[in-house]
Write a protein that binds this ligand. Structure first.
Ligand code: RBF
Length: 172
């Protein structure tokens, strides 16, 4: 059912691949740290819950969400990773800064993923106000950090499965 896909915080654990042996990068924006650190906790705990080893999870902080794609590229250049998770929160204000930052992050992560073949996971909250952010960082709409980790594990498994395939398209 389509509605079942709206909130991956309540995912079916029995369908999850094991994250044991997978290597992850996490990039966290410091802006709105009370939100992004809650996302990070949910994300990190979920990776561990599915078997990832602490030694295989590499975390860096960047100042703001606009820096997430660059931070993601830097961490992916330094470590061999199965997925990179980017966590941030851009709250709408009086000006249109949120549109510019959010679009730049979405485009940047999309490009990184296509060019590198590594999944770059979009864990950016784009709320209209702080309440909406809190609702999605452990509140009534779950924790999008958990959902980002679930997506990273699923995409990491897909990447590993496809890495043996000989047929390639596009850039690689
Ligand atoms: N970064 C965030 O992660 N969340 C925000 O809500 C946020 N709001 C910003 C508002 C303005 C007007 C500006 C100029 C920057 C904001 N940033 C925010 C910081 C941005 O992501 C980046 O760190 C800086 O623009 C430096 O490149």
């Amino acid at each position: 059912m389509a509605s079942a896909l709206k909130n991956l915080s309540q995912y079916d654990e029995s369908t999850m691949p094991s994250a044991e042996g997978m290597r992850f990068g996490i990039v966290v924006a410091e802006w709105n740290a009370h939100i992004t650190h809650a996302l990070y906790e949910g994300c990190y705990e979920t990776l561990l819950k599915h078997g990832a080893l602490e030694a295989n999870i590499h975390t860096v902080q960047v100042p703001g969400s606009f820096e997430l794609p660059t931070g993601a590229k830097l961490i992916a250049s330094r470590h061999s990773l199965d997925a990179v998770i980017c966590l941030g929160c851009v709250i709408e204000g009086e000006t249109r800064h949120n549109e510019y930052i959010n679009n730049a992050v979405a485009l940047g992560l999309t490009n990184l993923g296509i060019v590198s073949g590594i999944p770059f996971i979009f864990g950016l909250l784009t709320p209209n106000n702080e309440e909406q952010a809190l609702d999605r960082a452990g509140g009534k709409h779950g924790n999008k950090g958990v959902e980002a980790a679930v997506t990273a594990i699923r995409m990491g498994a897909l990447k590993q499965e496809m890495s043996n395939s000989k047929s390639k398209i596009g850039y690689s």
